[in-house]
Design a protein around this ligand. Structure first.
Ligand code: SAM
Length: 263
């Protein structure tokens, strides 16, 4: 789309609209994705097309999910539906499984919904080949944090359970228009071919992780009171006096499996 279109659209804060304007960063993201012509790719939040257009240069066809009707109208004006298929609506309601089983996901995400969106993408991981997304840098650091790091959190455990993750590019505020107040980073998520530590009941696993991190300063004995007896911690060899951020993903799975099928 022309730069004129960019200047005519007034960015909407409620949709997290910070448009990429740095050609070097845009090229870096597209190179990291390495699109092949026949790949099935969906871009979340195409906006004014900063990533959409270079992606379309390398692809036969591209899906996009966009919520802003004004932006959708602009995209429709500039692109043929045979090449760009626009899914109008909230990405938090989008059924990614309708796009096949080797889906590649890309986007400069609206930061206000980034955590629920990453959880939603995790639910579709079995049909996803990879994900390249721009997020708030602090969120990316939480995603890739290791046990013991202060950034290790519920998001780290739940995403590391399903994905291998790599931080790729740091992006400063000046690369966007308007500039966000925070630093950003691009991260690649690749679903594990086989889950390294499969939980016997993933609902129980998610519940244990959520409770354990609900009060970071409290010990596991406290946060999991009523769910995990001291004897279970002792049997698993896990210190009940530890805090959630000290445990590995495998430890959480062992606790969840013990809760799902008590000895
Ligand atoms: N890709 C463009 C770029 O890099 O310049 C725009 C990125 S902007 C950070 C986020 C985009 O996501 C905007 O186009 C916004 O309208 C769209 N968006 C925000 N919330 C959304 C939602 N819930 N569902 C779908 N799209 C959404």
């Amino acid at each position: 789309m022309s730069k004129g279109a960019t200047s005519r659209h007034i960015p909407r804060k409620r949709f997290g609209q910070n448009f990429l304007v740095d050609d070097g960063i845009i090229a870096g993201i597209v190179d990291a994705i390495r699109p092949q012509r026949s790949d099935t790719v969906v871009e979340i939040g195409p906006g004014l097309g900063a990533l959409t257009e270079p992606l379309l240069d390398r692809l036969d066809h591209l899906h996009v999910v966009e919520i802003d009707r004004d932006l959708i109208a602009l995209l429709r004006k500039h692109h043929q539906p045979e090449r760009l298929l626009i899914h109008e609506g909230d990405v938090l309601d989008f059924d990614f499984s309708t796009l096949g089983s080797k889906l590649r996901v890309a986007g400069n995400l609206p930061y206000n919904i980034s955590t629920p969106l990453m959880f939603r993408l995790a639910a579709f991981a079995s049909g996803i080949r990879d994900i390249h997304v721009m997020l708030q840098k602090e969120v990316v650091e939480r995603m890739v944090a290791a046990p013991g790091d202060s950034a290790f959190s519920r998001l780290s455990v739940m995403l590391q359970y399903r994905f291998d993750m790599e931080k790729l590019i740091d992006v400063p505020p000046e690369s966007f228009e308007p500039a966000p107040k925070v630093d950003s980073a691009v991260v690649r998520l690749t679903p594990h071919a086989t889950l390294p530590y499969p939980a016997s009941d993933e609902t129980v696993f998610a519940d244990i992780v959520s409770r354990a991190f609900s009060q970071r300063r409290k010990t596991l004995r406290n946060t999991l009171k009523g769910r995990v007896p001291d004897a279970t911690f002792a049997r698993l060899g896990i210190d009940a006096g530890a805090r959630a951020q000290e445990l590995s993903v495998a430890d959480f799975v062992r606790i969840a499996d013990a809760v799902a099928a008590p000895a």
